[in-house]
Write a protein that binds this ligand. Structure first.
Ligand code: HEC
Length: 120
């Protein structure tokens, strides 16, 4: 029956669409800068899940400045015993680091809060 085919198709489409809406991909810049070697959005790899990093700094107004220094120069002791090496030791990629940090900090924010930050 054509009707059944249609409903099966829309069921499959529904499942595909809902999983696309929930999953956040690592940005291209994170691949280019090799953050993906140690980080994922929702699970710990070598470093902490970026969602956990985002939650930790939700109420910290200085988070962006702090993280820019720590991601660029290296970080340890905030999420355990493993050290994150400097990702931009010579300061040549600060613009890219900033984009990545903004992306991370927004992950745990509800949409409205994220927009409020952007409009400041
Ligand atoms: C070699 C593995 C590795 C790579 C590559 C790496 N990280 Fe990390 N990252 C870690 C580890 C380990 C920690 C936890 C460090 C700590 O406990 O302070 C961490 C922590 C962080 C934090 C939280 C820092 C803090 O002070 O709270 C941020 C933000 C972060 N990483 C972003 C990035 C970004 C952006 C990149 C790519 C430009 C990147 N990381 C590349 C391993 C890595």
């Amino acid at each position: 029956m054509p009707g059944c085919k249609f409903s099966l198709l829309s069921l499959v489409a529904g499942i595909l669409c809902s999983s696309v809406a929930v999953a956040v991909e690592m940005p291209e810049l994170a691949k280019k800068n090799e953050c993906v070697n140690c980080h994922a959005i929702n699970e710990r790899v070598v470093g902490p899940a970026w969602m956990d990093v985002s939650r930790k700094y939700l109420s910290d107004p200085m988070a962006e400045e702090k993280l820019l220094i720590r991601v660029s120069k290296g970080s340890s002791g905030f999420f355990g015993l493993i050290h994150m090496p400097a990702n931009d030791p010579d300061g040549l990629k600060q613009a890219e680091m900033k984009v990545l940090i903004k992306f991370i900090l927004k992950l745990a924010k509800p949409d409205t809060a994220g927009l409020a930050v952007e409009n400041k």
